[in-house]
Design a protein around this ligand. Structure first.
Ligand SMILES: Cc1ncc(COP(=O)(O)O)c(C=O)c1O
Length: 365
């Protein structure tokens, strides 16, 4: 089976050993080293490492000091962590529909969704391509909204030469299958020194110096052991991204023009870091998305559906007054069409050929 993702952290061994031998295994100098390298990647002054992408989102909302009833606008087409983090931070959430071109939040839908309680705009840079920040940032400014980027899937992505995580408070995930991983982990990026300072205090039980509490905080600390896993990957992020981009190009060429298969596009001004290579299986295809997925698996081609439904369309959110459901026809349709194919850096030429040939065969081309 050609897996949809491969985790390769073998080169972390010397860094992990260094930590083990040092005896400083919780948050220490390796976390600092990781943060400094990450800040450079995101083109910001400060990176604050935390223990997951989810807690990065929670902390980022919490430092904005929202009042009960204040709302965050986000994408309905995202991983559930986006929604859960907003709820964990005590805010209400409203959804603005997406565009098919990039699977990201539609600025026009955001403009229509903004209301008197809206305080935060949280675009999600899905699959590794940034949302339309060129339009979203002026909108946020016009309405006085804070911007928190869910950049969990978009480390290294850019728009007009400016990196994901440098537009608002940037929230990244370092989960095992992400482009850069520490097994579990997260990072918040910002060039606002005061916010970075508050985030550092918040992640450490609200404690600036020992037993001096400034706020009700959390234990959101990353460990040096985890940071050590990520450091060599950050050092070779350019190669990791280039390999994903090369693979996406091969898939794009090999799969062009097939009936019922819409390929992902890189929109002008953007660099895509291809966390996922996601196609849409439309009604013009000879088979359904589910049949397509099953046939690829039969041929040994791993694939995944990210995500099968819009994020709020589950019973557990139905009666939650903080989850303000709305009609999101584009996201609803897209969720029934998407299928992600392997694009990870470990793919060989032969595997790429197998994927292309297999898909052409399944679609009868
Ligand atoms: C879009 C999105 N947001 C948030 C998260 C949460 O990150 P984590 O799993 O590190 O908590 C993820 C990753 O899983 C994600 O894909």
């Amino acid at each position: 089976m050609i897996p949809i993702t491969v985790v390769d952290v073998a080169d972390a061994e010397p860094y992990v050993l260094e930590v083990l031998r040092s005896g400083v295994i919780a948050q220490g100098p390796m976390v600092k080293r990781f943060e400094d390298a990450f800040a450079e990647v995101a083109g910001v002054e400060h990176a604050v490492a935390v223990n997951s992408g989810t807690t990065a989102l929670v902390a980022s909302i919490e430092v904005l000091d929202l009042q009960p009833g204040d709302e965050v606008i986000t994408s309905p087409f995202t991983f559930v962590a986006t929604l859960n983090a907003i709820l964990e931070a005590g805010a209400s959430v409203r959804f603005a529909d997406i565009r098919t071109e990039d699977f990201n939040i539609d600025p026009d839908a955001v403009a229509a969704a903004v209301g008197p309680r809206t305080k935060v705009l949280m675009p999600v840079h899905l699959y590794g391509q940034m949302a339309d920040m060129t339009k979203l940032m002026p909108l946020a400014e016009q309405h006085g909204l804070a911007v928190v980027e869910d950049a969990a899937q978009a480390v290294g992505a850019t728009l007009d030469g400016k990196a994901a995580g440098s537009y608002g408070l940037g929230c990244f995930s370092l989960y095992a299958t992400k482009n850069i991983t520490t097994a579990e982990g997260g990072v918040i990026t910002t060039s606002d020194a005061a916010l970075a300072d508050r985030l550092r205090v918040l992640r450490n039980q609200g404690m600036r110096a020992r037993y001096q509490y400034e706020m009700a905080g959390h234990n959101y600390r990353l460990t040096d052991l985890h940071a050590a896993v990520g450091i060599p990957q950050l050092e070779k992020l350019a190669q990791i991204t280039e390999a994903r981009q090369r693979n996406a190009e091969v898939l794009g060429k090999g799969l062009a023009g097939l009936p019922g298969l819409e390929l992902p596009a890189v929109l002008p001004g953007r660099t895509h870091v291809w966390h996922q290579y996601t196609v849409r299986v439309t009604e013009d295809a000879p088979i359904t998305r589910e049949e397509f997925s099953a046939k690829l698996l039969e041929k040994g081609i791993g694939n995944g559906i990210y995500y099968p439904k819009v994020v709020f369309d589950y019973d557990c959110y139905r009666d939650n007054p903080k989850v303000i459901a709305s009609d999101v026809p584009v996201a609803t349709q897209v969720a029934s069409q998407v299928l992600s194919l392997p694009v990870h850096p470990k793919l060989t030429e032969t595997e790429l050929e197998t994927i292309v040939d297999g898909i052409r065969e399944v679609l009868g081309a």
